[in-house]
Design a protein. Sequence first.
Length: 252
Amino acid sequence: MKRKRKTKIVATLGPACSDPAVLRAVLEAGVDVARFNMSHGSHQEHAERMGLVRSLSGELDREVAVLVDLQGPKIRTGRLKGGGPVELVEGATVTVRPGDFEGDAATIATAYEPLPDEVEPGDRILMDDGLLELRVQSVAGRDVACTVVEGGPLKERKGINLPGVHIKSPAVTAQDAADIPFAVEMDADYVALSFVQEAEDMRNLRELVAGVEDPPRLIAKLERERSTGRGGGMRKAARRALRKLGVNPREY
């Protein structure tokens, strides 16, 4: 008897998948879930690709779920002089400062204004999906002085993760609040929330889809260390709990 495959293949669909031939090949390769990243693209672009997914999956007689992945409170680095990249050298001192300015290898800008209020000496700051690591040495005013633990090239507007640090920004942002009705309107099968820290984050999301006859199932993306020990409560608030490795890959 053929064993039913439980592991599902999730594919993030970008502009290339607007070509029906390309998308057909992707679906024929065995994709189970089509992920739409709300950090990029317009509602119209996503709606067109969702329609194409449903049309082609019907032709192929395959069930392909639609997953709308909300951006959440994304923390990013800022602009760099000359467009970057800059080289962060292991052992060097680097200052991370909130603001809209062009940074360099000595001073890195971030759009996340609360950063100096939320970190303290000893905290880690991971950048670019954990490829770069800084260790906080001191906080003075709006300046966060760090030592480079894991160096390498830093490009503009790369993601920042703060393992073990409680982020005070709400998990559901203004952009998410605008994207959720779109997901409901498009009859998405799943809606994923990024950077979940508390079960309350998922309860707030569930309230936003309440009243819908057949609401999408919710996914909590656990991308911070603080959230990994709270899975029990989150599983009650969400239908799925995923652990995305947004911290230093060397530790896994």
